[in-house]
Design a protein around this ligand. Structure first.
Ligand code: SAM
Length: 326
């Protein structure tokens, strides 16, 4: 495991590299959206158009991820009739809140958490761009909306600066923003847990399992990290000072599931992203495959076998969450 190496200014170099992954993800999404893989009218307010083109494998991978996570999310919203909350952990510049508002699918409250510097940046964009601030104002009722550089708390949307490895403080901040442990809750981590040690991610999973009576945890990230391709992925990131310290839990679909099962989650499913891609409606696949030419299928398939979608359920309120599937 990489220790907390600090530069001359005392900044944690490892955490800084992790924070920079937020920009990589946003640029890849913005590029795929600009080519027409899926629609997102809000991404342009958070990230400029990337200068270089991205490989079609990457955009197809993002498409499968957005569709896969979206299908699970919509099934959860349907089961709970939106009488629920969503907590997006390591949300980066995600635009889900705004898209759900447009679709009239807002949960009772939508929370986002990320490192304070990422949150400050997102709040700056929200404050300065009416297409982002207006939906928050429109969905707000009652008391004064709380906003400063490090957090924003409105009736339906809250964004909190914090560290997912510091659970007591995280819990305190969430409770201050009126997180309700009795409401069915959807937790999401997309490419986040692998940047935390397996010990830290397991504590997070255990904490969530103990906090909520009915919950679904959607985790999207790397898998099969022990094989040659996985090792190359790890080395590539290491060369950019970014250590995948949680790679242990990403050895296989079984290790992905294990950390939920040992901490009391009742049902856990995991699929590699090639399976998720192949489960998409044939018309969707036909449409996106016509967008950009892909030379060879094999590198794409290999890449997709190194990412997975895992969803875990606990359902003390018997809402039928175990039926949620792709
Ligand atoms: C690869 S980005 C993904 C962002 C977003 N989930 C998405 O898919 O677009 C990983 C995000 O997790 C955040 N993150 C990683 N470790 C974190 C921690 N310990 N506490 C808070 N945020 C963290 C990073 O700052 C970054 O925004």
């Amino acid at each position: 495991m990489a220790g907390p190496s600090r530069d001359l200014l005392g900044t944690d170099v490892f955490d800084e590299a992790v924070r920079s992954t937020c920009d990589v993800a946003s640029h890849c999404k913005r590029y795929a959206i600009s080519v027409g893989y899926w629609k997102d009218p809000y991404i342009e307010y958070f990230v400029s158009h990337p200068k270089e083109r991205k490989a079609p494998e990457i955009s197809r991978g993002y498409y499968a991820r957005v569709q896969g996570v979206g299908r699970l999310l919509k099934a959860f919203l349907e089961k709970t009739k939106c009488n629920c909350q969503i907590i997006n952990l390591g949300a980066g510049m995600d635009t889900l809140f705004w898209k759900l508002k447009d679709e009239n699918l807002l949960p009772m409250k939508y929370f986002e958490i990320d490192f304070p510097s990422i949150v400050s940046r997102k709040i700056h964009y929200i404050k300065s761009k009416p297409p982002l601030s207006k939906p928050i104002m429109e969905s707000h009722s009652g008391e004064t909306l709380l906003i400063d550089a490090h957090g924003l708390d409105s009736s339906r949307y809250a964004i909190i600066g914090g560290d997912l490895r510091d659970l007591p403080r995280l819990e305190e901040k969430l409770k201050k923003c009126h997180m309700d442990p009795d409401l069915p809750t959807l937790l999401m981590t997309e490419c986040v847990l692998i940047y935390m040690t397996t010990e830290h991610s397991t504590c997070l999973i255990k904490w969530v399992g103990g906090m909520f009576r009915s919950a679904m945890f959607i985790n999207y990230e790397q898998v099969n990290m022990a094989d040659r391709f996985g090792q190359i992925m790890i080395e590539n990131l290491q060369s950019k000072q970014c250590e995948l310290v949680g790679a242990d839990a990403c050895r296989s679909l079984d290790t992905q599931k294990e950390r939920f099962l040992i901490h009391g989650w009742e049902t856990v499913n995991a699929l590699d992203m090639l399976k998720v891609y192949q489960s998409l409606p044939p018309d969707d696949i036909k449409r996106i495959e016509a967008l950009e030419f892909l030379d060879e299928k094999e590198p794409f398939e290999q890449l997709m076998q190194h990412y997975c979608l895992c969803w875990a359920i606990k359902d003390s309120q018997n809402l039928g969450l175990a039926d949620v599937t792709l």
